[in-house]
Design a binder for this molecule. Structure first.
Ligand code: GAL
Length: 394
């Protein structure tokens, strides 16, 4: 980034949440678990004594939902780099190839081969029985389990003392993305430039992650809510509304926002196909689509590829453009932002997530409980869940 300023923005989030005020999501039937309030400090480090059980090299098996995911590849690469600093860990990485049956078998095999620690990026999110089954396998083998990135419920974590979750505050990315969108639209003449038909509404398409995934739900919900709250408070005279190019899902309560989207499933290829189809029936030069909001950078980049096919967002001087926002701040998205083909993103700290996984793994290797020495992290009050903060990218 040319001028990349990343704020570890707890204060910002809090103020954004205050701005949002009473905006609580409707509670759709299959809504993922809400982000929980965080404890100010973990205060029981002093009581975690090493147990004699371990205290040497351990085998830790990591099961990735798919090696094909761009953001998670960055987490894995950063973990591999950082593993050198943890000589007690022998970490083995497995590709579950987006198949839950494959992942469950891989976990069973690792247990049979005597693994000391399971580290699970679960394939099927939002399905209680799948996560409970993994916990049952871990408990049966008396092996601790770290879930990461793809959230499991508090009930799952609370059902087994030797389990934790390391991920993000799912709402936070949506709030930060909404702030970025509102700031962009309030900058200079952007509101009039990008409200192509000049009707006071910015029609967006929402490229959403998969159903049942907490990050997908809360990013979808809070991005639009936050942007609209900021635009209204500033008297900007424009409002985000869903484009007719979105589909409407009856899976969520009709709050007029969070049930309008296209399921891109975090994938650039799926996003490309969806936006390609949308553009064949909805004309951006007529204001049918005026903004692209994506739950992650890969989906944003897939949308940009589809826009390129109609001459939009090529980065060429004078080329027409839709603002496109993502989440993650992957290397490839940062390049697109520098090239002017993409507009903004939110920093997800993949290296920080990988390091937290290694730190907790090292607790096991050195005879401590999983949650020992975690006082520097944000931890939920209701379950052993660590939240790695996002950053705002300017
Ligand atoms: C999100 C990330 C996406 C994708 C997804 C997988 O945190 O933003 O790019 O990696 O996790 O569930």
């Amino acid at each position: 980034m040319k001028k990349s300023k990343i704020l570890a923005g707890i204060g910002l989030i809090l103020s954004a949440m205050l701005v949002l005020g009473a905006c609580t999501p409707n509670q759709p039937a299959q809504q993922p678990p809400a982000p929980q309030p965080q404890q100010e400090e973990e205060d029981d480090d002093a009581v975690t004594e090493p147990s004699p059980e371990y205290g040497g090299m351990i085998n830790a098996d990591v099961f990735w939902y798919t090696f094909a995911d761009t953001f998670l590849a960055s987490v894995r690469n950063s973990m591999i780099e950082q593993e050198a600093g943890f000589p007690n860990l022998n970490v083995r990485h497995h590709d579950s190839m987006d198949n839950q049956a494959t992942q469950t078998e891989q976990i069973q095999t690792a247990i049979m081969q005597g693994t000391d620690l399971l580290i699970v990026n679960i394939v099927t999110t939002g399905a209680e029985d799948v996560a409970m089954n993994i916990v049952d396998l871990a408990r049966g083998a008396d092996v601790p389990v770290i879930f990461f990135n793809r959230e499991v419920s508090d009930d799952v974590i609370n059902s087994y003392a030797d389990s934790v979750f390391i991920g993000t505050d799912a709402a936070e990315a949506g709030v930060f993305q909404g702030i970025a969108i509102a700031n962009f639209l309030m900058d200079g003449d952007n509101a009039s430039i990008f409200d192509v038909d000049g009707d006071g509404y910015i029609r967006y398409i929402m490229m959403r992650g998969e159903h049942g995934n907490a990050e997908a739900f809360f990013r979808t919900y809070y991005s639009v809510r936050t942007a609209n709250t900021m635009l209204a408070d500033a008297g900007a005279g424009i409002t985000l509304v869903p484009s007719a190019a979105n589909e409407t899902s009856s899976l969520y309560a009709d709050d007029g926002i969070s049930n309008y989207f296209l399921y891109a499933n975090w994938s650039a290829a799926e996003s490309f196909n969806l936006v390609n189809t949308a553009l064949s029936a909805h004309d951006p030069t007529a204001g049918d689509i005026e903004l692209v909001i994506a739950n992650n950078d890969d989906a944003a980049l897939g949308a940009i590829q589809a826009l390129n096919e109609i001459g939009f967002n090529t980065g060429a001087a004078g080329a027409p453009k839709l603002p496109v926002f993502g989440v993650d701040a992957t290397d490839i998205a940062r390049i697109a932002i520098n090239d002017g083909t993409m507009t903004g993103t939110v920093m997800q700290d993949g290296a920080g997530m990988g390091l937290a996984v290694l730190e907790l793994s090292n607790n096991i290797a050195t005879g401590y409980n999983l949650m020992a020495n975690t006082g520097h992290h944000n931890i939920d009050a209701t379950a052993a869940k660590i939240r790695i903060p996002h950053g705002i990218v300017n």
